[in-house]
Design a protein around this ligand. Structure first.
Ligand code: MN3
Length: 242
């Protein structure tokens, strides 16, 4: 339904006695929604490293809000509303409407980053390790696995305010970056070229990710988080290349 037609329709529906029912159907017809998927594991399975309340609020409230607001922003942008999320993220810089651009950067980025984050972790009792190939690449890029962890944690710790730290694949090389707010390494034309690449691993260092359990101790949260990294998934992302 075109926007002019829809406005007229909504006006008519609001005046009519069947408004609720008809508008419900109309909204279903025009909407193309991004989905807020359930967590890929029980919310309590990352404890004690990430507590159940944090997981429930983080996924059920914060992440859900990004999805809702993204869908709201896209309701008036039918030309890009059907794009898969990664494609939408990749073309943010081409969106002329600055309000829409900002909504997709923040809410779309928030949705993408959180889905990526949940999938980058696994239950505390499921242990995994970097593959031989990834381990070799980590040693080549950072000297050792321990040195990589130190540099990654350092980037996460030094990210001032809210943001993310990332391990990315950039022109076939591993690199550590950090982004502000809900920006991510896929945001061409928004971030500096040096920060772009294929994300392999990312940590959310917004306070909402750790404050309930760790309060101001971001370093403790980062140190604990290594225990729930799903290396099987990271290995797979790495093996698929850029
Ligand atoms: Mn978050």
């Amino acid at each position: 339904m075109k926007s002019m037609q829809r406005r007229e329709f909504v006006k008519w529906a609001a005046m009519s006695s069947v408004a609720t029912c008809v508008m419900g159907q109309a909204q279903e017809q025009v909407s193309v929604k991004h989905q807020h998927k359930p967590l890929p594991y029980p919310a309590d399975s990352l404890a004690p490293y990430i507590d159940t309340a944090t997981m429930n609020i983080h996924h059920g409230k914060h992440h859900a809000a990004y999805v809702t607001k993204l869908n709201e922003a896209l309701a008036n942008a039918p030309d890009i509303a059907t794009l898969p999320l990664d494609q939408l993220i990749g073309r943010i810089s081409t969106i002329a409407n600055t309000d829409l651009q900002s909504a997709i950067r923040n809410q779309g980025g928030g949705h993408w980053n959180h889905e990526f984050f949940w999938n980058s972790m696994s239950p505390a009792d499921k242990k995994s390790t970097p593959s031989e190939a990834l381990d070799k690449a980590i040693q080549e890029s950072f000297g050792s696995f321990e040195a990589f962890k130190t540099q990654f944690a350092d980037a996460a710790l030094k990210r001032f305010g809210s943001g993310w730290a990332w391990l990315i694949l950039q022109n076939g090389k591993l690199k550590i970056t950090a982004t502000a707010n809900q920006d991510n390494p896929l945001m061409k034309g928004i971030l500096n070229e040096k920060e772009l690449g294929k994300p392999l691993l990312g940590i959310d260092v917004w306070e909402h990710a750790y404050y309930l359990n760790y309060q101001n101790r971001r370093a403790d949260y980062i140190a604990a988080w290594w225990n729930v990294v799903n290396w099987d998934v990271v290995n797979q992302r790495f093996s698929q290349g850029s």
